[in-house]
Structure formats: C-alpha cells, structure tokens
Design a protein around this ligand. Sequence first.
Ligand code: HEM
Length: 146
Amino acid sequence: MKLKMLLFLSISCLSACWMPTKPEASLYIRLGGKPILEVISSDLLDATSSDERTKRSFKDVKLSTVKESLTLYLCEKTGGNCIYEGETMKNSHADAKITTAEFELMVQQLRDVLDAHNIGYREKNELLKILAPTKRDIVTPHAFNN
Ligand code: HEM
C-alpha cells in the first residue's frame, strides 16, 4: 500500500515538475503596448514642459519629436519590438544641464501620469526601476539652474 502511494506521489510530482512554465509577458505587453506608451510619453512631456519647475530646457525643443523618441526609448527598454535610434541619454541632456531636482520632479510627474492611467503597482515600479539608472547620465553633476 505504502509502495503504491509512493509510486503515485512520484508520478504526480514528475508530471507537475515537467510541466513547461509559461514565460511571463514582457513589461511592454503588461503595460499595454505601444498605444499606452505613446499616451504616457505625451502626457509626461506635456507635464514636464509646462511645469514652471521643469519647463526651462524645453524652450526651443520640438515636443512632438521628443514624444516620438521617448515612446521608442520606453518601448525598447520594456521589451517591445522597437528600435530606439536617438541620441544616448548623456548626449541628449548634456546641453540642458539638468539638475537632480529637475530629474526627481520628472520622475514624480511620471508617477502621476502612470497613476492617472491606472498602471498597476508592479508595472509602475518595474518601469521606474528601469529608468532610475539613467539619472547618472541625465543629471549634470553640480548643475544649478533654478
Ligand atoms: C527618466 C528620465 C528621462 C528619460 C528616460 C528621458 C528620455 C529622453 C529621450 C529618449 C529623449 C530624446 C533624445 C533623442 O531623440 O535623441 C529626450 C530628450 C530630451 N529630454 Fe529627456 N529624459 C529624461 C529626463 C529628462 C529631464 C528630467 C528633463 C528636463 C527637466 C529632460 C529634458 C529633455 C529635453 C529638453 C530633451 C530634448 C533634447 C533636444 O532635442 O535637444 N529629460 N529625453
């Protein structure tokens, strides 16, 4: 009886252990793909370029072009099937001498946009975690423009 039980348990374990696990969908898919990234990029850049505390560097910038670039950047970084061919984060932000305060305000604006579009807690944090390391390339050390 014990032997039968043992055999039964080993067979059920084997079949369960060999079940191929479904790979998790990319962050890009879980966020909602290109359409939601377009909306997020657009809303974020509208917020950053109109907020008194962050609008300074957008004075001579064609917003629609940056929106398209940011969408492709986010698409690529979240595992979407896009190729970002723009400048590096270092090159595209160097002239503007972005401060730590400006960077942190933009991150808060991004949180607000993600909340406004009901992006899940997990997806929101995954995206913020992907973007966090860009700070060292985007912020100019000791910049003080405000
Ligand atoms: C997570 C942080 C950020 C990311 C991922 C990001 C991403 C980008 C991307 C992808 C571009 C387009 C570059 C190209 O097409 O070559 C861009 C351009 C730009 N970004 Fe950011 N950015 C960030 C933070 C900021 C902050 C904090 C500011 C200012 C408050 C800012 C201001 C600008 C401006 C003004 C441009 C246009 C530069 C130009 O065309 O001369 N960015 N950014």
